[in-house]
Design a protein around this ligand. Structure first.
Ligand SMILES: Nc1ncnc2c1ncn2[C@@H]1O[C@H](COP(=O)(O)OP(=O)(O)O)[C@@H](O)[C@H]1O
Ligand SMILES: [Mg+2]
Length: 244
């Protein structure tokens, strides 16, 4: 099991409160998509869960345990991985070195085994083992960031706008990989996306954040097809919002 529940989370940076009574569920082995306008607190939500932003009150319950206020390394140990939007690889290190770093502290042969597993999911990285991460394309770097997170076999993965600034075709590839993480590896996913339509189409659950508050929580389809919310906050056109 790897479910996450936020209960009335109030969080921010120092005294600056950003999230107000944020509550939603991230069910086991499903993709939960968080969407909302710029500055609505999407990234802060992931940072609060991962122990980077300050949680003032409320509960963040992962597999029955309240993790609110825990330091990031302990949260990672419980099986949560966080792929930030930027600076998610070591640009000056090679692909191989990045993957080996990800297994820091684990027995060497175990790291080798995990790296082999992960490379099977990202064959393109196999051809790039000796390339410095900073010289790769945006899409390849995003795949490396995902691979790094996977080395520790997380139960829950959080992605912050993994398709931002990528060409549409590469963006779809990344979303396809995220679906496979759910379907083939049983990983629970919390996905923050600016590409609301595409993300909600692959998602199971949808959460709309506006001004640091939850404006909607329900099935991804409901949010996608909502007559007003999509148009008001997500730039979805009514006809398009029906999807396929
Ligand atoms: N490290 C920080 N310190 C202070 N304020 C921050 C910090 N990071 C983000 N903020 C503020 O928090 C608000 C929400 O930001 P964010 O969670 O990044 O929104 P989103 O990801 O939805 O665009 C914004 O007003 C932003 O300026
Ligand atoms: Mg953000």
């Amino acid at each position: 099991m790897a479910s996450l529940v936020l209960e009335k989370v109030n969080a921010g940076y120092g005294k600056l409160q950003i999230l107000f009574d944020v509550s939603f569920h991230v069910p086991d082995k499903q993709i939960t998509v968080v969407v909302g306008p710029n500055g609505s607190g999407k990234s802060t939500t992931l940072k609060a869960i991962f122990g980077i932003a300050n949680v003032y009150s409320g509960k963040i319950v992962f597999d029955g345990k309240n993790i609110a206020g825990m330091p990031p390394h302990r949260i990672a140990k419980l099986g949560i991985a966080y792929v930030p939007q930027t600076d998610n690889v070591f640009a000056k290190l090679t692909v191989r070195e990045n993957l080996e770093m990800a297994g820091y502290g684990m027995p060497e042969d175990e790291v080798r085994e995990r790296v082999r597993e992960v490379l099977d999911m990202f064959p393109i990285l196999k051809e790039r083992m000796n390339q410095k991460a900073g010289t790769m394309s945006g899409g390849e770097r995003q795949m490396l960031a995902m691979a790094i997170a996977l080395v520790r076999r997380p139960k829950l993965m959080m992605f912050d706008e993994p398709t931002a600034a990528l060409a549409p075709k590469i963006a779809l590839e990344i979303l396809d990989i995220i679906q496979r993480l759910r379907d083939e590896h049983g990983i629970t996913i919390l996905l923050v996306e600016q590409n609301a339509k595409k993300a909600l189409e692959i998602g199971d659950r949808g959460v709309l954040l506006v001004g640091g508050r939850v404006a909607f929580e329900g099935s991804a389809r409901e949010l996608l097809e909502h007559p007003d919310l999509g148009r008001m906050y997500l730039g979805l056109v009514a006809e398009e919002a029906g999807g396929s």
